[in-house]
Design a protein around this ligand. Structure first.
Ligand code: PAF
Length: 282
């Protein structure tokens, strides 16, 4: 695996591969890699000649300074893991390399997708995500880029950005990778205490039950039921649960048979924020 810290050197290297008609698959990450990331890399490897992974903890997408400071940084083990799965290129730039001295986000219009759910609770988050993902796409110029569906809203927003800015690549959404007990894999999971880790699978269990209930109950009834379930779990604090249209991400008002819906949830275990989602059947 070749490691680049400088964008210019990476661009020069990738240009030689592109000149040989090699396709580039790209997996942007913030490190603290887990099996979920490895599954994205595997999918990238199956469909591209070369796979580039980036590790960059992007400051502009954090609305909470403490969350940024405590975000797990495990570069050494990440590098070993990437080598063990035969990743071709790691891009690990410094903050200056990406932002120079101006650590601010661009302002994006994602046609309202940015105002739902995570956008309501994490001020400026999607401007930060848009800024870094667009910058990384401009550096790597991949043919395909891979994102997990755990961050479903992020995935839809990135697809929207590619469409609106007419970027020349395909975005591939990959299914959520879960621990054996159902907890969605996340870099933040390592920060959970033993007790919090034991109770965390309650989130997905509740989502699965909500999915069942949604087949014959209204979204409102299901939401109220979920809220009550979390009141019984003192170690978990529900931030939001919402059933939304997969396309617009707007909270459902009335079920319509031709629409696809998904339930979205954000929960605090202590100071650690966990998100998850599940596709629903009408
Ligand atoms: O999903 C993430 O890890 C990040 O939001 C991303 C896409 C790498 C941008 O920093």
């Amino acid at each position: 695996m070749i490691i680049f810290k400088e964008k210019h050197a990476l661009k020069v290297y990738l240009a030689t591969l592109k000149a040989q008609n090699k396709t580039i698959g790209f997996v942007p990450t913030m490190g603290a890699l887990h099996q979920g990331h490895l599954s994205l890399i595997k999918q990238a490897q199956q469909r591209n000649d070369v796979v580039v992974v980036s590790i960059f903890v992007n400051p502009t997408q954090f609305d909470n300074k403490e969350d940024l400071a405590k975000y797990p940084k495990t570069l050494e083990s990440d590098t070993k893991l990437l080598e063990s799965v035969a990743c071709d290129v790691l891009f690990h730039p410094s903050i200056e390399e990406i932002y120079h001295k101006n650590i601010v986000s661009e302002s994006f219009d994602f046609d309202g997708l940015e105002h739902q759910m995570e956008g309501k609770f994490r001020d400026g988050h999607f401007n930060g995500v848009g800024t870094i993902v667009k910058t990384l796409f401009e550096i790597v110029e991949p043919d395909n880029a891979y994102f997990g569906q755990k961050d479903f809203q992020q995935l839809q927003i990135i697809k929207k950005m590619v469409e609106k800015h007419q970027l020349n690549l395909k975005i591939k959404g990959c299914k959520i990778f879960r621990e054996k007990d159902g907890l969605a894999m996340s870099s933040r999971n390592v920060r959970l205490t033993k007790e919090q880790r034991e109770i965390a699978p309650f989130i997905y269990k509740t989502l699965k039950k909500a999915k069942k209930k949604f087949s014959d109950k209204s979204a409102d009834k299901v939401s109220k039921w979920v809220e009550n379930q979390f009141k019984k779990e003192p170690l978990l604090k529900l931030e939001y649960f919402t059933i939304a249209d997969e396309k617009t991400l707007e909270t459902i008002i009335k079920k319509e048979s031709d629409k696809k819906y998904r339930a979205f949830i954000a929960v605090f275990a202590g100071e650690i924020r966990l998100i998850d989602n599940i596709q629903l059947k009408n």
